[in-house]
Ligand binder design. Sequence first.
Ligand code: PFF
Length: 460
Amino acid sequence: MASNDAPARSAWSGKWAFILAAAASAVGLGNMWRFPYLAAKYGGGTFLLTYLVLVFTLGISLLLLETALGRLTGQSAIGAFKQFGKKYAIIGVLASIVPFIIVPYYSIIGGWVTKYTAAYVFEGPAALADGGNFFTGFITSNVESFLWMFVFMAIVFVVVARGVKGGIEKANLFMMPALIVVAVGIAAYTLTMPGALEGAAYYLVPDFSKFSPELVISALGQMFYSLSLAMGIMITYGSYLDKKSSLTQSVVRIGGFDIGVSFLAGLMIVPAAFVAMGSGDAVAAKSGPSLMFVILPEVFAQMGGAAQFVGFLFFLLVLFAALTSGISLMETCVSIVQDGAKWSRKKALIAVMAFIVVTGSLVNLGYNGLSFIEPLGAGTTMLDFFDFISNSVLMPIVALLTCIFVGWVVKPKLIVREVTLSGPFKLEKAWTIMIKYVAPVLVTVILVAFVAAQFGLFKM
Ligand code: PFF
């Protein structure tokens, strides 16, 4: 490796190890929980199409940029930018704030998944399929919701502290494919239910009257979140990659896998929401973070004797996906503190744990003790606020700065050279145009249109 700190850096054992680790970080709650509710909320097919277009243009380009930048510099986010001048470190710093905003509320949703996995064993499928009362009762409880959040956090803490994520990653080798198989099965079953086909049409066929600046910014934020972009993590992952492994092939595989899982999750949950709620307008109006937890138990409950097993298996597989992502988020936070404050790993670990416990508890209070705080308007919670700040504000800004930095400061050639070290780069021209012109303009337009719409300057 040509990197400055090559001897101290651990490396992936090859291209596939890298692809699997990156895919494990990418595939998580973003795919199973976040994508379907956004698709349901923002007009189904219109959201899906916007999302696909964004991923295949901007998303894959950025994935390539970040991993190549990491491999080129051999550094994680802050160091990677700093290598080109002290003043550029700010991009890395902004990117590094993102995982700290995400990890507390990721643990809350992780806690919900943990609770549901256990509930299928101890409370049975009928208890969970009661039109959302079970869910509301649980997330607003003063004790139970905290307890399950702590259980999820504890698993993540133990794995990160003991450095035993190898075991989880191995388990993931069959957990991820299993998740896909189960999701296909559930989607197929759901589609046989009355009203589901109307839901499938809503999900698959775009209706352009649904298009709005809010939809586009949500699709953009979802893309960053789901592909783990604009938060430094893919730079770090790239820094562990050897010079022989093809970057282009790897990013297409990681991106393709991630989109595939999101697509399936939507195909499973959106039609099910139609079965439970009726029309598209009702679905759009009621869709939010609760969607997966309220809708799927209704589908499982229809499965007779298999209900308990299918419900348990599904949430267990989602829990695995959430854990691998949670672990990767927490590890990112630890290494940022370690490098930034020059602390020992142990000290950084304890500080990050304390931060996660305190902030997670605070955000969770937004569903009970502090529910009077509605940061984004009536009915919104602190979780929505944390989610919004990271995905719709910070990440687009980081992505914009990154593209300007590579496109105009260090120049795309540098990244192109890194990419071609490990094979041909057929789309070099298109990629360069993307990073230099299209991406900065696109992200700026989306940001400006969104802010303008918020201030009521125009309506679509
Ligand atoms: N990409 C993950 C998901 O979609 O759930 C979220 C995530 C995981 C973001 C790990 C960042 C990260 F480091």
